[in-house]
Design a protein around this ligand. Sequence first.
Ligand code: ATP
Ligand code: MG
Length: 646
Amino acid sequence: MSEVEVYPVPGEWAKRARVDAAGYEKMYGLSLADPGSFWLEQAKRLDWIKRPEIAGDWSFQEDDFHIQWFADGKLNVAANCIDRHLKTRGDQTAIIWEPDDPAEDPRRFTYKQLHAEVCRFANVLKANGARKGDRVTIYMPMIPEAAFAVLACARIGAIHSVVFGGFSPDALAGRIEDCDSTMVVTADEGRRGGKPVALKANVDEAAKRAPSLRTVIVVKATGADVAMTEGRDIWYHEAAKSVPADCPPEPMGAEDPLFILYTSGSTGKPKGVLHTSGGYLLWAGLTHELCFDYRPGDIWWCAADIGWVTGHSYILYGPLANGATTLMFEGVPTWPTPSRIWEVVDRHQVHTVFTAPTALRALMKEGDEWVAKTSRGSLKLLGTVGEPINPEAWRWYHEVVGEGRCPIIDTWWQTETGGAMIAPMPGATALKPGSATRPMPGVEPQLVDPGGRVLDGATEGNLVIARSWPGQMRTVWGDHARFFQTYFSAYPGKYFTGDGCRRDEDGYYWITGRVDDVINVSGHRMGTAEVESALVLHPQVAEAAVVGMPHDVKGQGIYAYVTLNAGEESSDDLRTELRNWVRKEIGPIATPDALQFAPGLPKTRSGKIMRRILRKIAEGDVSSLGDTSTLADPTVVDDLVANRVS
Ligand code: ATP
Ligand code: MG
């Protein structure tokens, strides 16, 4: 691969940031050396009804398996995100809402208004029978009422399970049933990129397969005509008229459940990840502040959907716990034009944008002119999460979008971890494109070989976390045995992330892809991310996905799927050129054995490539593609199967 560039901490960041390089070392060292005091000190960031006196109490060993943080503390998460700010910043904007259609007006809610809206929503939930511990499914478009509903659950102690509004009735029904949810909050319709999404109709369809469902609360969003079932469906705006304006927050134990969230399903059946109240909120708030050097007055934009953990932790809980102004975007990056994201940045004078590599690659392939015609003068930081970011996309983000001014904060984490685990702090960490850099306080990453031996120094292996941290998930809903089995059985005493990783001489971490995706070519272990990054570096390539395939001689061969930039033609010559390109970039061992041009790749609804399906196609095993219900566009699979290279 080309030499790794290092982007030193810009001088002004080193001076003015909350944490500089020495500060990071000190904080990190302390967090591992004396976790009890470190975390009790950090716990002061939250507003407790009863302040905890114990920090972590956990064991990853099978015979004593338990994970608890601040277990003797009591708090309410919604009160932490709203009520405690009322005195100091009640009139500050808490949420800016940017509609799908740029011709419409944005909406803004101050902390005072947010308080009123959430109390009213909470009272509607209560009036319809929701109680502490009940599961409320939220299947909503990206409208402010989605935030109100989430925070209303937190206020009354109901456990929310947000299901992404792009999911099908089947996927929704499965998630309602899995957690025995009796109530769904939805809207008549959603809108994305100018197109309606029939949310209420989907709920009606899902209800046929979800007998536990008894109540559906419907928010009027677009005003579309929808069927209402007598005795089950309730219009929110009607119910809201007859409830009191104030709703006292429910005192919750730190370990009481806050939410269930199903993982994206990149590798198989989604797991109902359960997070609890105190530790999760602390983690979301702390990492939001440290990774993004959040300052009062910053306009913060996490361009994810609240259906994903990124939306939970970095649209709502983290920023609101910190009293921030958080932007919520209803639309998509490419509509009405590929300038949209940057236009929203200008419209609201956004300081930080946090998005995913998949969105960046989609915008990159449309050309720089869409970015260039906007100002982006307000930006100070750019963040990314979700997949390894190809150095090519990193540089584009840094140079074209940020004009070299804004550090790139590449955050590695998972639904399971609650918030960022390995990520830079802009005033402390020199950056290397493609590396999530170094661990957050309290996070002890280790690389292990398949036998569980801990590997030292610059090396590559399976990424495990050797100790608990406050934001860690507590169980798989309804299946504690699966929780232990999935994450703690492979390497006893450690949390196994499922990701492969390399550590360099500077102690930087480079995620190489899922462990399942590591390819073993003639005894050489190779991460898929590296080969993909090499392909994407080619000027005609927009996106690439690489998987292993059976190979008589090498054991495994490399099968590459390549999507070209808009307007580029595929040809046999280009195929040869791309194979040679990878050979030159990485070495002969990495040369793809087969290369298929693909107009689209199978992606989850959160935009991640589903390599499991690509692997099956590469193996020629197309009869058993498994669960494809979380795919964004199942039709791309047919094209891939039809044009398989054998
Ligand atoms: P499932 O667990 O159901 O297969 P998923 O792993 O895609 O789905 P998420 O929790 O949304 O569900 O994603 C976490 C995973 O995303 C990580 O384990 C890692 O593979 C990848 N990932 C996230 N952020 C980064 C990053 N900054 N760099 C590299 N990989 C990342
Ligand atoms: Mg996962």
